[in-house]
Design a protein around this ligand. Sequence first.
Ligand SMILES: Cc1ncc(COP(=O)(O)O)c(C=O)c1O
Length: 378
Amino acid sequence: MTNAITSETMKISFNNFSKLYGTEKIAIDRAIKKVLSSGRYILGDEVADFEKDFAAYIGVSQCVGVANGLEALQIALMAAGIGPGDEVITTAHSAAATALSIRAVGAKPVFIDIDDYYHLDAAKIESAITSKTRAIIPVHLYGQACDMNTIMDVAKKHNLVVIEDCAQAHGALWNGRKVGSFGTAGCFSFYPTKNLGAVGDAGAIVTHDSAFAEKCRMMRNYGQRNRYEHDVYGINSRLDEIQAAVLRVLLKKLDRNNKRRLTIAMQYLKGLKDIGDIQLPRLRMQADHVFHLFVIETGRRDDLMAHLKEAGIDSLIHYPIPIHKQRSLAEFNSLSLPVLELKVTRILSLPVHPYLTTTEVKKVIAAIKKFYESPLNP
Ligand SMILES: Cc1ncc(COP(=O)(O)O)c(C=O)c1O
């Protein structure tokens, strides 16, 4: 008997955090130790330096570090003055956090259907606008930019605020410009699975507008401008020093990791071309995709997922239940979004993290080919 793990039995996981930590261990350990010995754990130099670094990376003048992506959206909405009685047009095909942030400020999410790129269908925005509409939250889902030309044009025409949900698109481009730099604000999550992930929860708001950033800065810290002076309503959503220090280390690796994700995606696009009924991800001409997720579509999704599991390959569904069908948003349950409702039965996310090896990607492709070649799966 041998305990050796052969490449035949090796499991392919959806993410590999220990590999990420192993690769950057020296720099991460050093950054964390520096914070621990500094004695300053909240809103110190690491947060201020990360905010500078990340604003420069996105190409904006301002960044405000916050506790997570949901609160980045919530604070951006608060700073834009959006609240009860207001409507915000968005997508039901996202992490629930997108809609929850709208609910958190007392406004109403207005969900429109999605397009072939899994984004809110920009052509459908105008017909959803009412006298109460104040904002649009486009989500650059899976790592690809939404159609920002149309979205910004409609927003301008109707005087609407655009808050970009960039939680899945760190470094993604639209017309050569980073997402997050188009709207009034760009909101990021640094949840560990993201292209830029912390070692816990973290988030940020980016903007060109220094007055808007100042409001966000107060709102993340109980509404204080100065200590114990609460000028505006606020919450506690501070980015902590340890997360900021780790993010500064990993930001330097983001472009390299995004490039690796793109290489893996290209390997999938080539290897899975014309296999069975697979619909590969469609790429927008004006976008540079950063493949937070590599999502295929098939009419036999559940069987393929079971087959991959049997072969030791993780796959996931992002997301299996559209937001408007969630029990906690019962008032939207009767809404019909036919494109989205069909796509959720067909989508499957394959592993695409930057530490996946070429051999592992080949194994995933081979397993998918085998599924379609099997006589059990004509
Ligand atoms: C598109 C999208 N928006 C918002 C969020 C919320 O981010 P967080 O989990 O940091 O609150 C996420 C992450 O799950 C996300 O993927």
